[in-house]
Design a protein around this ligand. Structure first.
Ligand code: PEP
Ligand code: MN
Length: 268
């Protein structure tokens, strides 16, 4: 079932079809304490890359939009403290240089989010850096459209990792999730030559559904997961300023990772 695809190197990590890649961290870097707490609890469980947004695309412009440069400093500090490559979103062409500068050579992957999946100019500039790009599916982009958009990046030389994260459908507003995971896009992206991972967080919308979807994504052959994790209080509530409802607790994430590895063994 597993098709061999060209490996992508990020620092010491080789993202390949040999073993699934596990990416986790906060949706958004909100403070050193929050990020350190998450990093120190989940990195030892065996993740390969640490995620965290510093510039956030929000539906409401008055909501928290990330710490910007300060958030990038916190994120890259975590990368150095725990010796792990990081994944962070870039929203604008101007931010490409800012992120590179803040990385100070620490290995990382640019994330292109759902909202920028059609932004050819941004994709083209990111592609010229040679740095790997995690390209998330646009929520109203077909698989074919995504394959065209990926060319904007690969034409410049950066390798692309595809990410299914759900598309807008009639069921998206039903309360079960924010988007509907189109799981069969995963083998389609792989057949087109892309290592493809799955983000169950933005389609799941809440922990139980995030975990259900994550295992389904691995079952259809995803090459890994990118999952949002948060600090929760004694009542199990996460108070993050962005995507709190879908954040897994440390325990939930540990449990998920274990199960994901078991499902991986079955489908491999
Ligand atoms: C995210 O990863 O936090 C995010 C905003 O994702 P998406 O672009 O898929 O909504
Ligand atoms: Mn998020």
């Amino acid at each position: 079932m597993n098709k061999e695809l060209r490996p992508i190197q990020v620092g010491d990590i080789s993202i390949s079809t040999d073993a699934n890649v596990h990416i986790a961290g906060p949706c958004t870097v909100e403070s050193f304490e929050q990020t350190f707490s998450i990093a120190s609890n989940i990195i030892p469980t065996g993740i390969n890359l640490f995620r965290g947004g510093a510039v956030k695309p929000r539906s409401d412009p008055d909501s928290f939009r990330g710490l910007g440069g300060e958030g990038l400093e916190i994120l890259f500090n975590m990368g150095r403290i725990f010796n792990i490559p990081v994944v962070t979103e870039v929203l604008t062409i101007e931010q490409i240089d800012l992120i590179k500068k803040k990385s100070a050579g620490h290995p990382f992957i640019f994330q292109i989010g759902m909202r920028n999946a059609r932004n050819g100019d941004l994709l083209e500039e990111v592609g010229k850096t040679g740095i790997p790009v995690l390209l998330k599916r646009g929520d109203s982009s077909t698989v074919k459209a995504m394959l065209s958009m990926a060319k904007y990046i690969t034409n410049g030389g950066s390798p692309v990792i595809m990410c299914e994260r759900g598309v807008a459908t009639f069921s998206s507003e039903s309360g079960t999730g924010r988007a509907t995971a189109d799981l069969l896009s995963i083998p389609q992206f792989q057949d087109a030559g892309f290592i493809t991972i799955f983000d169950p967080s933005h389609a799941g919308g809440e922990p139980d559904n995030v975990m259900r979807l994550a295992l389904a994504g691995i079952a259809v052959g995803a090459n890994g997961l990118i999952v949002e994790v948060g600090v929760v209080d004694e009542n199990g509530k996460c108070h993050a300023q962005c995507d709190a409802k879908q954040a897994l607790s440390f325990d939930q994430f540990g449990d998920l990772l274990q199960k994901a590895k078991e499902v991986e063994q079955v489908v491999r």
